[in-house]
Design a binder for this molecule. Structure first.
Ligand code: NAP
Length: 345
């Protein structure tokens, strides 16, 4: 395609119902696990069969809330449960590698919350273990599986933007300061880059591929993590991405791709179900996409889950939409940004 399209391509998200149904095990029933299981049970045919917490009381409370048949007071017993097909890991970043390797060693497929590890080395360890075991592994980059993102992926594949010159993505919110909580605590993998920048950098990678250069500037908190930062990512093609993340400022959370033929502006928050506007260079009328489901915010976690279930049923060990090498590339960019900010990788 070398001209502005008359219509947007159809979205290609995995249907929420009617496909393969797996029995899920949930490790670490905190906030995101609650939101994940809420949308899973409300909006898909997928079912959580067991939950495990470090505390049997917390596991039983969570199990009662969602009518989950089995509750375990340690993570090891859940990964050993032969009736679990896939394990969803929802612990803080610092625990992802250990728990992913635990589940993979038990022969389980894994969906690991973002970021899959605290650096590229941890991501590589998980990828190598999953590949050696022949099990499916994916980072829970749910934004890639939203209807609007599937349309933008098709536009990219079709060359609808022409030569892409500039990509932008930001993700910032004001986090309550708690030196022990996972956002500000370096021991739990704290910092805006790992928590929020992972989305902005993923978006740049999705649009442009891995960067050939990284230039970062940022602010470090009293606890020794990045409170916020702005990155310029360069590519061999001469395109640049401007990406930012902040735990100190509430930003628009928007993203855009601008090229010689067209520009897409994704509504904020670009990471969750919503819409976008496609402007053609010289075209009088823009094209508009709006998510038709009415899903808001973390309802959108459902699409990645049905995609994972269908990938596994199809015998895949990685998602073509969010492969492990892309996860590793994004973490390598974060590693380099953290190095430039004077933080340990
Ligand atoms: N996709 C998204 O939109 C999204 C949104 C928010 C967070 N996340 C990701 O989800 C993960 C968890 O975030 P969250 O906000 O759900 O965290 P959270 O509410 O603090 O829950 C994390 C759970 O992990 C378990 N855990 C295991 N080891 C722990 C440790 N050393 N310290 C503290 N908790 C530990 C705890 O459960 P038990 O002790 O009961 O086992 C805890 O409830 C993070 O990686 C984050 O990036 C994703």
């Amino acid at each position: 395609m070398n001209s502005f399209p008359r219509h947007l391509p159809s979205s290609t998200e995995t249907p929420l119902r009617g496909g393969a149904v797996l029995r899920w095990g949930v490790l670490a029933p905190g906030q995101i696990a609650f939101d994940f299981v809420t949308t899973l049970h409300r909006n898909t045919d997928q079912r959580v069969h067991a939950v495990a917490s470090r505390s049997i009381e917390r596991a039983e409370t969570f199990a009662r809330e969602f009518e989950i048949p089995r509750a375990y007071g340690d993570y090891e017993r859940l990964v050993a449960d032969p009736d679990i097909d896939v394990v969803y890991i929802a612990a803080p970043h610092s625990e992802h590698r250990r728990l992913a390797l635990l589940a993979i060693a038990a022969g389980k497929h894994v969906l690991v919350e973002k970021p899959i590890g605290v650096n590229a080395g941890e991501a590589r360890d998980i990828a190598e273990a999953a590949r050696a075991a022949g099990v499916f592994a994916m980072e829970a980059m749910w934004s890639r599986f939203l209807p609007q993102t599937t349309v933008i992926a098709t536009l990219l594949e079709d060359g609808a933007f022409g030569d892409v010159g500039i990509v932008t993505a930001d993700f910032g919110g004001v986090f309550e300061f708690d030196p022990l909580g996972r956002a500000f605590n370096p021991k739990l993998g704290g910092g805006a880059l790992l928590d929020l920048g992972v989305y902005s950098i993923w978006f740049a990678n999705f649009a442009l591929g891995a960067p050939s250069s990284v230039t970062a500037t940022g602010t470090v908190t009293s606890t020794g993590v990045d409170g916020q930062s702005a990155l310029v990512l360069g590519t061999e093609s001469g395109a640049q991405a401007l990406v930012s993340s902040s735990m100190l400022a509430a930003t628009p959370v928007t993203a855009s791709i601008s090229g010689s033929l067209a520009r897409v502006e994704i509504d904020g928050p670009f990471v969750s179900p919503g819409g976008f506007t496609l402007h053609g260079v010289g075209a009088s009328e823009p094209l508009r996409f709006d998510d038709a489901t009415g899903f808001r915010w973390r309802d959108g976690l459902a699409w990645q889950a049905t995609a994972v279930a269908n990938h596994i049923a199809d015998g895949l060990t990685e998602s073509p939409l969010h492969p492990l090498d892309r996860t590793i590339e994004v973490l390598a960019t974060i590693d380099e940004a953290r190095r430039q900010l004077g933080l340990p990788a």
